[in-house]
Ligand binder design. Structure first.
Ligand code: TYM
Length: 336
């Protein structure tokens, strides 16, 4: 049977990129498959070192899933740290994973490149072991639930490939024999079209770490302001414009149907539609889709007991499944 699994790091505000890239496709899959969706709090710990902030973000992450339509009767929603079997599996996988694979991981390389560009001679400055080991922990998240499908944005594709590689190392060593055990190799469920990564207001990938993101549940007036503030060039209203280099246009394509996309494209290319008009259309579309979800989110956050109970119950269920997998792993490697 197919098991879909995905996680979101609680590092602050969830944003439009998380929603379009992961939450929406994951919730569509929840109608059809066995689904396990979680708040990746131990991944967030690499960057969030304030306890109150982390506690708030974990709740906010769970509330975001619920407000977007996750039904706990249909999907197991849980908190990563409440499934400690994950961390035992991480230790096992660490012993099988070549360090060179981690050296080539995009996020680690990007951190070194940033140091290099800043003229810092120790390229590992500011890199903690959590960042270095990140792909192994993520592999354990996926493999501990025997997930077969992982809906994520395109920026996560290397992590999914690494997970399949790491599962392969395990299977080659322990897949056969008396107590042998074979981990399923997961596949990414990834929209690999060019447009699938949402740009932030500066045109780079929308990301909390670039501080270029539009938070998912901004109050209406702030959402309007955030959209108005997206930089655009000074092409006059009547002149032709290039939709493909326009951040508001690219965002709009994720919140309206194909007919509207084609129509707006035509109007921009022909001239006569200003960036201000485009931003108004973008605001209307985003607000129409997210307005009701924002209300639900605010209700949930106003009385978080319900969130905590749902997360706790889901974590108990997730842990049962993880326990069974870990028992097989322990037998296969010879510690039990
Ligand atoms: P995170 O928290 O950075 O992002 C959560 C999800 O949102 C997607 N995403 C985007 N999609 C389109 N455009 C964007 N600008 C954009 N920004 C983010 C991401 O691809 C992701 O799907 N490592 C993961 C969390 C994780 C995980 C896992 C995921 C931990 N363990 C196991 C799947 C399975 C991460 O940092 O996502």
């Amino acid at each position: 049977a197919n098991t879909y699994l995905t996680g979101i790091k609680p590092t602050g505000d969830f944003h439009l990129g998380n929603y379009v890239g992961a939450i929406k496709p994951a919730l569509a899959a929840a109608k059809v498959y066995d689904t396990y969706y979680f708040v990746a709090d131990y991944h967030a710990l690499n960057t969030v070192k304030d306890a109150d902030e982390l506690r708030h973000s974990i709740r906010s992450g769970a509330a975001t899933w619920l407000a977007c339509g996750l039904d706990p009767a249909e999907t197991v929603i849980y908190q990563q740290s409440k499934v400690p079997e994950t961390f035992e599996l991480t230790t096992v996988l660490t012993a099988l994973t070549p360090k060179g694979l981690m050296n080539r991981a995009h996020a680690y390389k990007a951190a070194r490149d940033r140091n290099n560009e800043a003229g810092i001679t120790d390229l590992d400055a500011g890199v903690n072991m959590g960042l270095f080991n990140y792909p192994i922990l993520m592999a354990a998240d996926i493999l501990i639930m025997e997930a077969t499908h992982v809906p994520v944005g395109r920026d996560q594709s290397q992590h999914i490939e690494y997970t399949a590689d790491i599962a392969g190392y395990f299977n080659n060593r322990y897949g056969q024999g008396g107590q042998g055990y074979t981990l399923p190799l997961p596949k990414g469920v990834i929209d690999d079209s060019e447009a699938s990564i949402l740009p932030g207001v500066d045109g780079r990938k929308m990301s909390k770490s670039y501080d270029n993101h539009i938070p998912l549940f901004l109050p209406e007036n702030k959402l309007k302001k955030a959209i108005r503030r997206i930089p655009t060039d000074s092409t006059p209203v009547e002149d032709p414009k290039d939709p493909d280099t326009s951040v508001p246009f690219q965002l709009l394509t994720h919140f309206v149907g194909p007919d509207t996309v084609a129509d707006v494209r035509k109007r921009l290319e022909r001239g006569g539609t200003g960036w201000g008009d485009l931003k108004n259309e973008l605001f209307e579309a985003v607000n129409a889709e997210l307005g009701p979800k924002r209300e639900r989110y605010e209700e949930l956050m106003a009385d978080p007991r319900q969130i905590d109970d749902i997360l706790e119950a889901g974590s108990v269920r997730a842990r049962e499944r993880a326990r069974a997998v870990l028992d097989r792993v322990r037998a296969a490697i010879g510690v039990a």
